[in-house]
Design a protein around this ligand. Structure first.
Ligand SMILES: [Zn+2]
Length: 140
């Protein structure tokens, strides 16, 4: 069995590391899928079921991670663009609503800070969207 290790490059960013992990999970899943076929041919149903389950979970995980990474990449790309991305903060208790500039790490359903109005509940991000240039200018 030959192992091909990727050469370590300077400045490998988190994104390529993430994609590498996704790829690794995918490859392992395919290997389990391959084993499952062999087990099936040999009539080892228990092993077949286990391998299929692991392969399915692995494929689902890598697919989900890829989907999340794409979303994150899109969010960051949007941030880089001229128009401003804003996060909507909302209090579930009193309905207090606040708009602030999108910060790195923001995501919908993220609990950020205590509600300044009622102090009984925390503000949660309910929406993240890109504001049009003109609106952003008039608010400044
Ligand atoms: Zn509140």
């Amino acid at each position: 069995m030959t192992e091909q290790q990727p050469q370590k490059k300077k400045g490998i960013n988190t994104f390529s590391t993430f994609y590498l992990i996704i790829l690794l999970i995918f490859v392992v899943s395919m290997w389990f899928l391959f084993r499952a076929i062999i087990f099936y041919q040999e009539g080892l149903m228990d092993e077949f079921m286990t391998s299929t389950l692991i392969a399915a979970m692995g494929l689902a995980t890598s697919g989900y991670m890829l989907f999340q990474m794409r979303r994150r990449t899109e969010a960051i790309t949007a941030m880089v663009q001229k128009s401003e991305v804003v996060s909507v903060l909302e209090c579930a208790k009193c309905g207090f609503k606040n708009l602030r500039k999108f910060l790195k790490g923001d995501h919908v359903f993220k609990v950020v800070e205590l509600c300044p109005r009622c102090s009984a509940d925390s503000l949660m991000i309910t929406a993240i969207y890109q504001q049009e240039d003109e609106k952003a200018k008039s608010q400044a």
